[in-house]
Design a protein around this ligand. Structure first.
Ligand code: PHE
Length: 344
């Protein structure tokens, strides 16, 4: 019987290893391990053995079954993967081909600056207010205390739409709309587009961007204005950046000032960027004129406020070393691609 067992196993191993297909293998499985297989028949013959011989031989048969079963499982796997390989060879899919490159988009430099400015002011306790690009004369000029004969109202400077509507010439009308709707304390910024009938050159564009700020409460002072500006420029351009104000005139603020920051290229020593002055112009500022409060129904005896407007294109150009404002509006992919890694 031992001889039988050996012969059965050797024959089975040979046939299993030589099997050419899955159906063939399944047939072999049932003929070697099924109820009618020789191994199962051998089991029946255990009866003919002595009780001493039985356990060892029974175990030998079971071990043989285990060995064959493993062999069949292994062969099954290798036949399956050979089948898959064969299918792929016959199809047009080339698994060795490199993947298709996909392009990662990028945010526009102005969008990056826009978000950064909002983050800085939000961290200082301001909220973001939105206005509209098309305004009326009242909000763009009248309520901002701008006289009827002020040159900025001129057709040569302002784009009029129709019925005394116009493309806002600054973001300051958002001051008026905010004060019309809310009572102090008011602390808002408003970034957005503005339009002026300017000739296009490296530093002028008929459409540009400003960020307006307005803070109205009891006892708001010029010192608050300076402090807010200082904190903003340090957060935006880094420690050591200074701001300064120079006397100026705006109809809607009194006193009014122009804002400069220390040159971010040379740190204030004087270079080509700042035309050797050490300072860069950033925008206008001042204390809200009582006449402006009057137009919006805020009590100028009780409240004071400051406002300022900064050029966002200017900030983006300085921050990203862009020399020509037109670059911001051309949407040249070669430029935009350089901002891929700046995305937030
Ligand atoms: N609106 C002014 C401008 O466009 C800037 C400004 C805003 C000045 C707020 C004072 C206060 O030049």
């Amino acid at each position: 019987m031992k001889e039988d067992l050996k012969r059965i196993i050797e024959a089975a191993e040979q046939q299993i290893l030589n099997a050419k297909s899955l159906p063939e293998l399944l047939n072999l499985k049932s003929s070697f391990l099924g109820k009618k297989s020789e191994l199962s028949q051998l089991m029946l013959k255990l009866r003919d053995l002595t009780p001493e011989e039985r356990p060892a031989f029974g175990k030998a048969i079971n071990d043989a079954k285990g060995v064959l079963d493993n062999l069949i499982t292994e062969k099954q796997e290798s036949l399956k993967s050979a089948e898959i390989d064969r299918q792929h060879k016959g199809s047009s899919v080339d698994l060795t081909m490199p993947g298709r490159r996909f392009n990662k988009g990028s945010l526009h430099p102005l969008t990056l600056i826009w978000r950064e400015i909002e983050d800085v002011f939000i961290s200082l306790g301001f909220e973001v207010a939105e206005g509209t690009d098309i305004e009326d004369e009242f909000h763009n000029f009248d309520a901002l205390n701008t006289p009827q004969d002020h040159p900025s109202r001129n057709l040569a400077d302002t784009f009029y739409v129709e019925n005394s509507q116009l493309l806002r010439t600054h973001t300051s009308p958002v001051q008026i709309r905010t004060m019309e709707r809310y009572v102090p304390p008011i602390r808002i910024i408003s970034p957005g587009r503005a339009y002026r009938n300017d000739k296009i050159d490296a530093t002028h564009s008929p459409v540009f961007h400003q960020v307006e700020a307005l803070y109205v409460d009891e006892n708001v002072s010029f010192a608050d204005l300076k402090d807010t500006l200082n904190q903003f420029v340090v957060k935006m351009f880094g420690a050591g950046t200074k701001s300064r104000i120079r006397p100026h005139f705006f109809p809607f603020t009194e006193p009014s000032a122009e804002i400069d920051i220390s040159c971010v290229a040379c740190g204030g020593k004087g270079c080509r960027v700042c035309k050797e002055s050490g300072w860069l112009e950033m925008g206008g500022a001042g204390m809200v004129d009582p006449n402006v409060f009057k137009h919006t129904g805020i009590d100028s005896e009780k409240y004071t406020g400051f406002a300022f407007g900064l050029g966002m294109d200017r900030i983006a150009m300085l921050k990203y070393d862009i020399k020509d404002i037109r670059v911001l509006f051309d949407n040249d992919l070669r430029v935009l691609k350089q901002f891929r890694n700046e995305n937030r």
